[in-house]
Design a protein around this ligand. Structure first.
Ligand SMILES: [Zn+2]
Length: 115
């Protein structure tokens, strides 16, 4: 499962931040998942429950925010927010666009309880 390896990477990132901040536990993890990241939020949540077991984040909640998909037009240069299934310039309608946002999976913030 693709999502599980993502979550394991995420948890090790969280563990490092928690250790740097003398955390006793991690309460909340906020993520931004881009519409083109290829990650399914429900699968990510399930994988997260597996990945967090036995770690400092074992009780943590996961909050997933859907990130926007933004493309830049190679023709007119305009940047526009688009739907995942409609990657065209909103200005001139050209389909030759570069995705500038939407493929990322970002750790936005953590809520921790300190020692
Ligand atoms: Zn355009």
């Amino acid at each position: 499962m693709h999502e599980l390896s993502i979550c394991q990477g995420l948890i090790s990132q969280v563990q490092k931040i928690a250790a740097d901040n003398n955390a006793r536990s991690v309460e909340l993890i906020k993520l931004r998942v881009g519409g083109l990241s290829g990650v399914e939020p429900p699968l990510l949540e399930r994988a997260f429950e597996i990945a967090r077991a036995g770690t400092i984040a074992s009780e943590a909640e996961l909050e997933i925010e859907a990130g926007p998909v933004v493309v830049r037009c190679q023709d007119c240069g305009a940047s526009s927010a688009v739907a995942v299934n409609q990657l065209v310039c909103q200005d001139c309608g050209d389909w030759r666009v570069t995705v500038t946002e939407g493929e990322e999976l970002l750790l936005l913030s953590l809520e921790i309880e300190q020692m």
